[in-house]
Design a protein around this ligand. Structure first.
Ligand SMILES: [Zn+2]
Length: 460
């Protein structure tokens, strides 16, 4: 089937490989697969892998793949003898659906070179100083400001599927073929590991030697569940990529440790085929740089479930010194998270003159408390923080308090950059422009005792 398709001699320099199959069953998500110590790890004793699928070689320039074909490809395309340093930003070895490859290359400017952080590299990789944690981490080597790009990194390996990601059809169908040989759910999971391992091994084999070394030096928290050493490392170190359809294993970003209240947020960028880390609060020198491996707004028990496959059984993510899963600690954290999602704080300045001695921002207290709680939970990288900072910036402009207006604009800066993918407008930091803003003018009327109908709801 399709043998020889586009494998012309002039394409010899840059070759992709594709694997195809035709069934389409539904398989469990990777998150539902085993972790920890699985006594019956490995495929069943008399299991015979059914390698019925076909491999074909294609020119690396090929984009027009038939349906249900998965392709091994380097992005950007590279010559057989290229070293990572020959290509700006390096390349990623990929195992992805052929149709996705076509989509990627239709992205304007794809694949542009990843961005260099302003001021150069701002971190080093070193051993953690905490007792009992024999691991590496990323540490700031200078002050990193909220909103700064920490790193924009093209991964070493990008594969469809992975932690929290369903397997693509072409791979799932291959694995389903094997299912006739199993009788228990655990056996099915073991066969999926085996098939997945067989398929990603080809991508691994295509990697440059220096990338292979870096990849194998990464942690593996899946040594006893039947995942092989490549699948185990993808499950341990993979970051969500391809807009949620795949996992990316990076040389540096995959070494960033977890926090439920992380100081950076990561995002996938198709046009550069890279993962970006943006600081969501100021990171002082020598502070560990962290990301969240789970939904940081989820209750503690749900976070614990997501983190278990990473062998994270307790994390101390706030200044309280208590584990995030400590019952007393998680009770407070869970209640706060539920409130952040449900209670939207709308503020209205009082119509009547408050009794003497009342602070002029007494009516702002609920939003100030919300803001403090978000910071105590380390949730600066959330839309709730963005909305509350924005709300408070507006309120203090209305109250004509320049110092606090600038303070909340500064707090908004980092998370704004992450979500809006651009800098917060400089007018929010310009005293003259703030004084000329409609909100400030409205504050004048309020100050003079005129009734002002204004409500400060967090922006949608
Ligand atoms: Zn935690």
């Amino acid at each position: 089937m399709r043998r020889g398709f586009l494998a012309t001699s002039k394409a010899k320099e840059r070759i992709d490989k594709a694997v195809s199959d035709s069934n389409t069953p539904v398989l469990p998500k990777f998150t539902e697969l085993s972790h920890g110590v699985v006594p019956e790890a490995g495929v069943p004793k008399d299991y015979k892998p059914d390698f019925d699928h076909e491999y074909n070689e294609f020119s690396a320039d090929t984009l027009n793949y038939p349906k249900k074909v998965a392709v091994y490809t380097s992005i950007p395309a590279r010559g057989c003898n290229d070293k990572p340093s020959d290509i700006p930003g390096g390349w990623a070895e990929c195992f992805i659906p052929g149709e996705l490859k076509r989509e990627l290359y239709s992205t304007p400017g794809f694949p542009r070179v990843p961005l260099a952080p302003t001021g150069g590299k701002a971190y080093c990789i070193k051993e953690l100083e905490e007792p009992g944690r024999n691991d590496l981490g990323l540490f700031a080597t200078r002050l990193i400001h909220a909103g700064d790009l920490v790193v924009d990194e093209r991964p070493m390996l990008v594969v469809s599927g992975g932690s929290n990601v369903p397997l693509p059809e072409s791979i799932a169908s291959y694995m389903a073929e094997q299912l006739r040989q199993v009788t228990t759910l655990e056996q099915l999971k073991q066969v999926i590991f085996h098939g997945w391992g067989t398929l990603v091994k080809t991508a691994f084999d295509r990697m440059a030697d220096e990338y292979k070394e870096e990849f194998m030096a990464l942690a593996n928290s899946h040594e006893h569940d039947g995942s092989d050493e490549i699948v185990g490392r993808i499950r341990t170190n993979g970051i969500q990529a391809l807009d949620g359809a795949g996992s990316a294993v990076c040389k540096d970003i995959s070494r960033v440790n977890h926090s439920c209240g992380p100081n950076t947020s990561f995002s996938w960028h198709t046009e550069s085929f890279s993962v970006q880390l943006i600081a969501v609060r100021d990171i002082p020198p020598n502070t560990e740089i962290t990301i969240s491996y789970c939904n940081k707004l989820a209750p503690a028990s749900e976070r614990a479930t997501t983190l278990a496959p990473y062998e994270i059984s307790s994390c101390i993510c706030t200044d309280t010194g208590l584990s995030c899963f400590d019952p007393a600690r998680s009770k407070i954290g869970d209640a706060r998270r539920a409130k952040f999602a449900q209670d939207i704080i709308a503020l209205t300045p009082p119509f009547e003159k408050p009794p003497p001695g009342t602070p002029k921002d007494a009516w702002v207290q609920p939003a100030l408390r919300r803001f403090r709680e978000l910071e105590e939970e380390g949730l600066e990288g959330t839309e709730y923080y963005q909305k509350t900072a924005h709300q408070l910036m507006n309120v203090y402009t209305f109250l004509q308090d320049m110092e606090k207006t600038l303070f909340y604009a500064g707090k908004l800066k980092g998370v704004y950059k992450f979500y809006e993918k651009k800098e917060l407008d400089m007018m929010y930091f310009n005293e003259e422009e703030i004084r000329e803003s409609p909100m400030w003018t409205m504050g004048n009327l309020h100050k003079m005792g005129a009734p002002v109908f204004v409500s400060f709801a967090p922006l949608e």
